[in-house]
Design a protein around this ligand. Structure first.
Ligand code: PLP
Length: 389
């Protein structure tokens, strides 16, 4: 029975019903061990879907970033540039590798890495003779960063790009799949992402040799010998054949999931996009976002309502909403890290963190659930239309 006030989650898993078929097949054929036909097929299917040269299925998106850093030879004494406005998993692997993360601010049009801040950071690093070994560019909430500008800057200094596309599977940048423009791209299939294997990740690249080495490193780096022999340190990072089966079924409905999330976004925008001081995350021309989460900022002065009060009103209605990601340069764990703001006078990620929220955006949300969120927000923010629109 449906309860009127049942909890509305931010981004719950949404199964298609076909996942069970793949799991059953794995049981019938006893492919329970890690690796197996579902893993091989899932890798092929992700490469086909995204247009990447190849793909390696791993146990998480975090593991995929770690392996990408290993492939680029990142180690102690190295620096890696990373978006500041992101989830901590974007930068933790830099620390696993013993390197130093340097954080780059966002810019207003994509909320992602600021090419202006990146340019200053690269110039300074070049002067100090300490260019980064890699730049990790995050495509937050499904929106692609300004890749043309970022690739041109990184090209100038010959620094490879790792795209953290954990949140942007199904999004495009100038017609290309998000995650396929840099040297490496990574996706996540964690439970809250647009498609899920309950836990899992994928590394993509056009460099087949690097991907072969990724498979080697992610399976304990076993040398070719009948006995167990190891010349380098490896990891146990491969995806299980059972979970890859779930991923195959999920990938078949990815396009539907993108459409559903974009429809949730449109519904919210029509309902309260005109309210005073409300701004949704923009979509850069030439890009298409999967709108993984609908996110918006509220200008407290213009609207008169505090973000904390809005979050409380939603929580009181049993609706899960969250502030935007807390920038990594503000995290206690990274308090000594270098940080490059968008400009001398403007720190975009801090402003977003102070004024933004994420709304429930799951692809399985019913219209009634969306209406409950809309009602709560309209009650809280007032119905005064923005005269500027
Ligand atoms: C989810 C996420 C990750 C990590 O993926 P896992 O599969 O959970 O390890 C990395 N970066 C971003 C931006 C994410 O949202």
């Amino acid at each position: 029975m449906r309860v009127a006030n049942e909890r509305i989650f931010l981004s719950p898993p949404h199964m298609s019903g076909r996942e069970q078929l793949y799991i059953n097949e794995a049981f019938v054929t006893n492919w329970i061990a890690p690796l197996g036909p579902n893993v091989d097929a899932f890798e092929r299917e992700i490469a086909e879907y995204t247009g990447a040269g190849g793909a390696v299925a791993l146990s998480s998106g975090t593991a995929a970033i770690h392996i990408a850093l290993c492939l680029l030879g990142v180690g102690p004494g190295d620096r890696v540039f990373c978006s500041s406005f992101t989830f901590v998993a974007s930068a933790n692997p830099v620390c696993y590798a013993g390197a130093e993360p340097v954080f780059i601010d966002s810019e207003p049009q994509t909320w992602n890495m600021s090419p202006e801040a990146l340019e200053r950071a690269l110039e300074e690093a070049d002067r100090e003779g300490c260019l980064p070994k890699a730049v990790i560019v995050v495509h937050l909430y499904g929106q692609s960063a300004k890749m043309k500008e970022i690739m041109s800057l990184c090209g100038r200094y010959d620094v490879p790009i790792i795209e953290d596309a954990a949140e942007s599977l199904g999004s495009t940048y100038e017609g290309k799949a998000s995650g396929t423009l840099g040297k490496f791209g990574i996706y996540s299939f964690n439970g809250n992402k647009i498609i899920t294997t309950s836990g899992g990740g994928m590394l993509v690249s056009d460099d087949e040799e690097a991907l072969a080495k990724a498979r080697f490193l992610a399976t304990q780096a076993r040398d070719q010998a009948p006995h167990y022999q190891h010349s380098v340190m490896g990891y146990n990072y491969r995806l299980s054949n059972l979970l890859a089966g779930v991923g195959r079924a999920q990938l078949q409905v990815l396009d539907e999931r993108v459409e559903a999330r974009r429809a949730v976004f449109e519904n919210y925008r029509e309902a309260f996009g005109g309210l005073k001081g409300v701004e949704f995350m923009p979509e850069l021309p030439g890009t298409r976002s999967n709108r993984w989460l609908t996110t918006l900022t509220i200008d407290e002065e213009e609207n008169g309502v505090k973000i904390s009060d809005l979050l409380k009103a939603l929580a009181d209605d049993n609706i899960e909403a969250r502030p935007l990601w807390k920038p990594l340069h503000l995290q206690p764990i990274f308090e000594r890290a270098r940080f490059y703001p968008h400009s001398e006078t403007l720190c975009v990620s801090e402003q977003l963190f102070r004024s933004g929220i994420c709304l429930p955006s799951g692809s399985s949300m019913t219209l009634e659930q969306q209406q409950r969120v809309i009602d709560c927000i309209q009650r809280s923010l007032g119905k005064v239309a923005n005269p500027a629109r």
